[in-house]
Design a protein around this ligand. Structure first.
Ligand SMILES: Nc1nc(=O)c2c([nH]1)NC[C@@H]1CN(c3ccc(C(=O)N[C@@H](CCC(=O)O)C(=O)O)cc3)CN21
Ligand SMILES: CC(C)C(=O)C(=O)O
Ligand SMILES: [Mg+2]
Length: 275
């Protein structure tokens, strides 16, 4: 059955854990969907894992639309959430509304995600009012890497912890249907989860969140530019891919691939008539 924002809200009420992973293309989205994932995030982490940038800052609306639409075609039952890229919503409510609309119309998103707390409440309210569900994102918000001075755990001292709790309440009040909590101490994430009526989706935020999310290349062992502490490897697909690529290269080199079974026949008569 199709997961909706209502499915997400109800999961929290029923105490059922929500699972999400990222995807950026049709094949991966189809596999995640078949495995029964609740939600797929087309993350701006595609800047790192797909485009090879050092951070998410250079990711564009066109990137997100291109990959969002591909994922949407593969996601029959999963809720598709598409990240709003850096500077597509921070500048004004008008930008936020226009760009959220494009992610839904052209990127076929079921919902959009944006980073930030009280400072983006007007944007969240306007997007939600237009009928576009919004997922919030607090804690380590990677689009603020230059303000943070690096990827670090957030909300550790009393002021920062209180600010995170206040931000969560403010964006919940503004209408987000769920909140990603990234790289925050587990006990703080638990407090936030108890304080808001919408599900929290943790990444490096402990076991008491209402759901979890990871970047799929991280959990499959396909990405190694950096490996945050919160990543658990469920497979070593990177090594498996390398071994398969090497097998192919070796066989092509030896002339062992292709054999007759991978080729196409033609009648000898036709071949003999050629000059
Ligand atoms: N492949 C990938 N996985 C991600 O989880 C991810 C991306 N890309 N790109 C966008 C952001 C960047 N993220 C990151 C990147 C690095 C850390 C990291 O190195 N964290 C340190 C924190 C150290 C500390 O403050 O104690 C860690 O060791 O976990 C965390 C999140 C999460 N997102
Ligand atoms: C890590 C998740 C939450 C994200 O925002 C992304 O993949 O871009
Ligand atoms: Mg993101």
């Amino acid at each position: 059955m199709k997961n909706t924002v209502a499915t997400f809200r109800k999961a929290k009420e029923d105490g059922k854990k929500l699972s999400m992973l990222t995807a950026y293309d049709y094949s991966t989205a189809s596999l995640l969907d078949a495995a029964g994932i609740n939600g797929i995030l087309v993350g701006d982490s595609l800047g790192n894992v797909i485009l090879g940038y050092e951070d998410t800052i250079s990711v564009t609306m066109e990137d997100m639309i291109h990959h969002g639409a591909a994922v949407a075609r593969g996601a029959k039952n999963a809720l598709v959430v598409v990240d709003m890229p850096f500077m597509s919503y921070q500048g004004s409510v008008y930008d936020a509304l226009k760009n959220a609309g494009r992610l839904m119309k052209e990127g076929r998103a079921n919902a959009v995600k944006l980073e930030g707390g009280v400072e983006v409440v007007p944007q969240i309210e306007a997007i939600v009012q237009a009928g576009i569900p919004v997922m919030g994102h607090l804690g380590l918000t990677p689009q603020s890497i230059n303000a943070f001075g690096g990827y670090k755990v957030q909300g550790k001292d009393e002021a920062a912890a209180q600010k995170l709790l206040d931000d969560a309440k403010a964006i919940a009040e503004a209408g987000v249907f769920a909140i990603v909590l990234e790289c925050v101490p587990s006990a703080l994430a638990k407090k936030v989860t108890e304080a808001v009526p919408v599900p929290t989706i943790g990444i490096g935020a402990g076991a008491d969140c209402d759901g979890q999310i990871l970047v799929y290349q991280d959990m499959l062992g396909m990405f190694s530019d950096f490996t945050p502490k919160f990543v658990k490897r469920y497979a070593n697909i990177g090594e498996a891919m390398k071994a398969a690529f090497k097998g192919y290269i070796d066989e092509v080199g030896e002339g062992a691939f292709p054999t007759a079974e991978h080729g196409y026949g033609i009648s000898n008569e036709v071949i003999q008539k050629l000059y």
